[in-house]
Design a protein. Sequence first.
Length: 279
Amino acid sequence: MTTLTPAAAGLTALLEHRRRPALGAFLPAGFPNWTAGIDTLRAFARHGADFLEVGVPYRTPSLDGPDIRAAHAQALSQGARMAHVFSTIRLAASSTGVPVVAMSYWSSILDFDGPARFAQDLAQAGAAGAMIPDLPVSAAGEWIEAARAAGIHTPQFAPRDAADEQLAEIAESASGWIYAPAVSAPTGYQGDLDLVALRDFTARLRTHSHLPVVGGIGISTPQLAEQVAPFVEGAVVGSPLIRPLLQHPSTAGLDRAVEQVRAFAHALHTPGSSRPLSA
């Protein structure tokens, strides 16, 4: 990789030297609308989010559940396009001071102008990197090369059923963090978690990489975030923040989403709030 941009270096510093996990807050660009989306991201950062993840609106987000699907659809119905993604990242990064990472499906990048242009524009907007969860590492060479040339990170999604050989390939291509889903399900899952299995999975990841592990998908409550905390350096929360914005399209929705951010931040940041599992 060429020299990291200041934003990417800031993300590295945030995740690699923490005593307690960082909270990431996810929101698609242009949701609830372009102006409100910027205000919402700023509010998330003010009230406990350590980094922000901005989604590229997409018509068929196959890895997402109903809440994030609805948020994507609402953003698209109001005209959200890739230009809004870069503007959202630029404004969020410059006004909050926290790292901002993009989350995009691969097709959106190809439709835009390819990985090289996408990586360059992200870096210019102040993004620390981008995660592309539907891009298999075996096909990610062009993207990884472009991102490294631009000085931004390439967090990688690690499927729960991945064999050790695949995990080694993921670790080799990742920078910034490795994403460990708490369950093998679409986003928005609200059931129980097998915490022993998650512990074992994150331990397997650490045998292949020294990168921070960031959890997500299935961390649906602050209580679960507290239980997951011993195994990760960060956790990204999306559906629990988007749900109130969908249900209450007013300041009440933002207030409830901010309450959720505070609760998740408290669960992750409070010293001694988590206890390792016994074998």
